[in-house]
Design a protein around this ligand. Structure first.
Ligand SMILES: NC(=O)c1ccc[n+]([C@@H]2O[C@H](COP(=O)([O-])OP(=O)(O)OC[C@H]3O[C@@H](n4cnc5c(N)ncnc54)[C@H](OP(=O)(O)O)[C@@H]3O)[C@@H](O)[C@H]2O)c1
Length: 145
């Protein structure tokens, strides 16, 4: 039975639903929500640039992602064998340090499509560490913005 163009249009995902091949940089990827974002996005076909300070945890995350079924992503990225890379960065570092890490992140897959600026502090820790300087640090602004 022939399928009408209307039926084809209904079955086709909207562009924003198709994440295959997108390069997503996630800060705060070494635990919690950031870790889960990375796994979920990788399963949806994204390449992940995982950012945080604890490189041992980022490497575990990247190993887990790189061991996922790679078939779905093949043919879309520069290096089909690598789905996730870890980049060490303290988001409170000085501008030139951040710039160097972002450059490294950019060069991992040749570009970045999406930033998930998740790095931050959980509620109670945040309330206890707030002072007038800390309020305007990137880590708090990252939570608010
Ligand atoms: N959990 C909740 O119920 C909840 C609710 C509302 C909002 N949020 C927000 O969601 C975000 C994630 O929360 P979570 O519960 O997943 O927290 P989490 O498990 O404590 O994870 C925080 C992440 O941020 C990273 N991080 C902290 N300081 C950093 C820094 N200076 N530079 C780079 N990375 C840094 C940590 O990595 P390293 O220590 O390895 O650097 C870690 O990967 C936070 O921004 C939090 O405020 C959480």
């Amino acid at each position: 039975m022939a399928v009408s163009s209307e039926q084809l249009a209904i079955n086709k995902p909207d562009p924003w639903q198709d994440l295959r091949g997108k390069i997503v940089m996630v800060t705060g990827a070494s635990s919690g929500i950031g870790w889960e974002f990375c796994i979920a996005l990788a399963k949806s076909g994204c390449r992940i640039i995982a950012i945080a300070r604890r490189m041992n945890r980022l490497k575990s995350l990247c190993d887990e992602i790189n061991n996922l079924d790679r078939q779905e992503n093949e043919g879309e990225a520069r290096n089909p064998r690598v789905l996730a890379v870890a980049v060490e960065l303290d988001v409170n570092a000085d501008g030139s340090t951040i710039k160097a890490s972002v450059r490294k992140a950019w060069e991992a897959f040749g570009h970045i499509d999406v930033l998930i600026n998740n790095a931050g502090i959980r509620g109670i820790q945040l309330m206890m560490s707030l002072n007038s300087c800390f309020c305007f640090s990137p880590i708090v602004l990252g939570v608010i913005v």
